[in-house]
Design a protein around this ligand. Structure first.
Ligand code: ZN
Length: 120
């Protein structure tokens, strides 16, 4: 099986937010970190699972740690450039790639390896 096909089959472990719902800002329907994805609500559940599975694939293909480091560098760069955390956040290539799920709800199953590099 190719690395890309294997990535498409991998799924994060889904965990309800529970008490974290009060701490995590409302705008986040789901939050992924490492192998775990915390989710709230039911209506957007499916889309957010697919959205977060893109972030999950990005992390797996970069062995997690290199994704987090690259992400941190991008946030710092964005902060100096935009002086806004939310702008810095949405300007990372990882976020830009994950946003493609809004236009193509199957993107998580079709994405190519290192797909985020198209958004650098
Ligand atoms: Zn995201």
């Amino acid at each position: 099986m190719s690395m890309t096909k294997l990535l498409h089959k991998l799924r994060p472990v889904l965990v309800p937010m529970g008490p974290l719902e009060k701490i995590i800002p409302q705008k986040f329907e789901a939050v992924g970190f490492g192998w775990v994805m915390f989710y709230r609500g039911k209506h957007t559940y499916d889309l957010y699972v697919r959205y977060e599975s893109i972030h999950f694939q990005q992390q797996v293909e970069m062995l997690f740690i290199f994704n987090w480091l690259t992400w941190a560098v991008w946030i710092l760069y964005g902060l100096t450039k935009y002086r806004s955390l939310s702008k810095a956040y949405s300007s990372t290539p990882f976020e830009k790639e994950a946003q493609l799920i809004v236009r193509n709800t199957n993107y998580n199953k079709e994405r190519k390896l290192w797909g985020w590099t198209d958004h650098v």
